[in-house]
Design a protein around this ligand. Structure first.
Ligand code: 5CA
Ligand code: ZN
Length: 413
């Protein structure tokens, strides 16, 4: 499907360092070493409601990775899915009596506008689940050949024991896996399954649900096979980073890795599994099912500067869990006013060390709060707010910092 328009990203003269990222599987910071273009897959939205701050934080987080790679001199191939057919979407559509395809199209369009406003670099391929059903079918057929698929009534299941590496991505004990599986869309108690953790890869037709004809029989793909199939098709095996929020560590990313690994045991699904923290609101994880949401589009509609939304997000490290406070947004608005004032002077404090520090911070596991602090230091020195006289010894400082803010942080001021 169509993505959104790409922002123009300035190219910096200084090259950033190689990018290190925390890997959930090994629980360590690892330096990414792309072999050719850097290949990134990020799990996209299920379009049954508008983009909330939690989604925005996750997508801005991986946009920082995209930018850090580009600044380090890599070409980037970025793929993202849209889960435009799945249980939560169908349930919501039925509840509000809207055709599910209409709901999905409407919310996907809103998402595109939100991402564009936030200056998130669009994926090279934004791929819907519906349009990739043939890919999912191919992958299930490939898995069938390995003997890892079995039938329960009209549904096809993947046997997690077929993957000797199962569990390596999340590092969870079985009890925790079972708990999370029940919470996050799994069906551990379904009779007829060989292992409670086995997941559905092809769901037979149900009354009132859409289904597609296929060599597997009529039905629709399971959630995990969707991302495994799309990533394999567009990025190949052992791509650089599989990303998403930490609510996807298990079962979603473990199952995707399992499907891919059984289909091709010679390579891992991804080299690094990277997860963004959860954003809460009113004391609980912000989620469509709980309804405690702050929408990007609602803020945009009340004329909030999208760059202030982006700065409010950047003040939290992508991996931390944090709570959205409305006051953070107004602080960000005030901060941007200071930054714009400093940038309007033309000359300013020396920009060179700020460029080096921001690029280093972003290459070190996307440390945006550290980068924001470096910029704030430059603004303070330029405006003379530290009690010292303003330092305006660098004639081109404003041009350099402008480009840096956009290239590294996606802030176009
Ligand atoms: N379509 C699937 C992924 S294939 C899905 O999880 N969709 S979603 O709409 O529920 O979430 C979209 C992305 O936002 C996922 O990467 C998810 O991990 C992330 N996300 C969801 N809620 C939050 C939150 N409260 N804070 C941070 N990230 C979140
Ligand atoms: Zn996914």
């Amino acid at each position: 499907m169509r993505a959104w328009s790409a922002p123009e990203v300035p190219q910096l003269r200084e090259k950033g360092p190689a990018v290190a990222l925390f890997d959930t599987a090994t629980q360590a910071k690892v330096t990414t070493v792309p072999d050719g273009p850097a290949r990134l897959y990020v799990c996209g939205i299920t379009p049954y409601d508008a983009t909330h701050m939690g989604h925005a934080a996750t997508y801005v987080g991986f946009d920082l990775l995209n930018r850090a790679w580009r600044n380090a001199g890599h070409e980037v191939v970025f793929v993202e899915n849209v889960t435009d057919v799945d249980d939560p979407l169908l349930e919501r559509a039925a509840k509000v009596s809207v055709d599910w395809t209409e709901l999905a199209e409407r919310e996907t369009e809103l998402y595109r506008q939100d991402m564009q406003a936030l200056r998130v670099i669009p994926p090279d391929h934004l791929v819907g689940a519906v349009e990739s059903i043939p890919l999912a079918v191919d992958l299930v057929e490939k898995l069938e050949e390995t003997g890892s698929i079995y039938r329960v009534d009209d549904d096809l299941y993947f046997s997690v024991t077929a993957d000797p590496a199962f569990g390596h991505e999340s590092n969870l004990d079985r009890e925790t896996m079972l708990e999370l599986y029940a919470e996050r869309g799994g069906d551990p108690d379904r009779p007829g399954k060989k292992d409670p953790l086995d997941c559905v890869v092809w769901r037979g037709p149900r009354e009132g649900e859409p289904s597609w004809e296929s060599p597997l029989g009529p039905g629709r793909p399971g959630w995990h096979i969707e991302c495994a199939a799309i990533a394999r098709e567009h990025l190949g095996a052992a791509f650089d980073v599989q990303g998403g929020g930490s609510d996807l560590v298990f079962p979603h990313h473990e199952m995707c890795a399992g499907h891919a690994h059984v289909a091709d045991p010679s390579a891992p699904f991804a080299k690094v599994y990277s997860h963004a923290g959860m954003v809460a609101y009113d004391g609980e994880k912000m989620s469509k099912s709980r309804g405690n949401l702050v929408f990007v589009s609602a803020l945009r509609n009340s004329d909030v500067d999208p760059m202030a939304i982006r700065l409010a997000l950047l003040r939290h490290h992508y991996r931390s869990d944090w709570e959205w406070l409305d006051s953070d947004l107004w602080d960000a608005v005030d901060t941007l006013a200071d930054w714009r004032r400093a940038l309007s002077l033309g000359a300013g404090a020396p920009a060179g060390p700020v460029v080096t520090e921001v690029l280093a911070a972003m290459a070190d596991d996307l440390d945006a709060p550290r980068a924001v602090a470096a910029v704030q230091g430059w603004v303070d020195a330029t405006l003379g707010t530290t009690g010292h006289l303003a330092d305006t010894s660098d004639e081109d400082a404003s041009i350099t910092i402008h480009a840096l803010l956009d290239a590294a942080l996606g802030l176009a001021l």
